[in-house]
Design a binder for this molecule. Structure first.
Ligand code: TYD
Length: 200
């Protein structure tokens, strides 16, 4: 099972992703948490490049996709075939929201490259942790170059549109609540999904 967490910077998604990993491990399941961009040697080097340098939006898009291709082919697919639950801190919806809705690149181009990078792999379940933009940004101390207020407002709107279009896969979670309340909701949904998968 592949589960992704999405949301703007400071939304609390990384906290929730690691809570879910810990919960699944405590239930005796095999679970692994990976982050994007990163998670492989090539991916971590691309991550540095993306944070340190200004670049053309198309270059940025290609670098995120290159890091993803490595992660999918070298890590995610092998882990899934070992029967592990793979939890991702960001995946394809981040690229649609940040490079598509945020930077203004063609959504069809982003979708096409997402398809190439993932080799068609789609998460079974995605949690969009939706948090008020000002609250989220105030949680971050060292701002990276993706954390400008006006940019993030567009990204959040983008995430909400994506979630509206894919109601089966994407669960919208209110990230303004305390972390334990947010996790309670996530846990319930994961338990239902795991149960469904076992039945089929
Ligand atoms: P993240 O690792 O969540 O940042 P942090 O460690 O500071 O919490 O994400 C890195 C940044 O990259 C984040 O600002 C969002 C951006 N990003 C994109 O613009 N497109 C993408 O496809 C991905 C995966 C991330």
């Amino acid at each position: 099972m592949l589960i992704s967490f999405e949301g703007i910077d400071g939304s609390g998604k990384s906290t929730q992703a690691s809570k879910l990993r810990d919960f699944l491990l405590s239930e005796g399941l095999k679970a692994e948490l990976l982050r994007e961009p990163g998670g492989t040697q090539v991916g971590e080097r691309i991550r540095h490049l993306l944070f340190e340098e200004e670049m053309h939006p198309i270059t940025e898009l290609l670098l995120f996709e290159a890091a993803r291709s490595e992660l999918v082919r070298r890590k995610i697919k092998p882990l899934l075939s070992e029967g592990k639950v793979v939890i991702l801190d960001r995946f394809v919806d981040s690229t649609l929201a940040y490079q598509g809705y945020g930077r203004g690149l063609e959504l069809s181009l982003v979708r096409e490259l997402n398809g190439i990078a993932t080799d068609g792999l789609v998460p079974h379940l995605t949690f969009l942790i939706d948090t008020d933009v000002r609250t989220a940004l105030s949680r971050k101390q060292d701002k990276n170059r993706f954390e400008d207020l006006n940019f993030i407002l567009k990204v959040r709107e983008g995430f909400l549109k994506i979630a509206e279009q894919e109601r089966e896969r994407i669960f919208l979670i209110n990230g303004n609540l305390p972390p334990s309340a947010v996790f309670k909701e996530i846990k319930k949904i994961v338990q239902e999904k795991l149960w469904d998968l076992k039945k089929h």
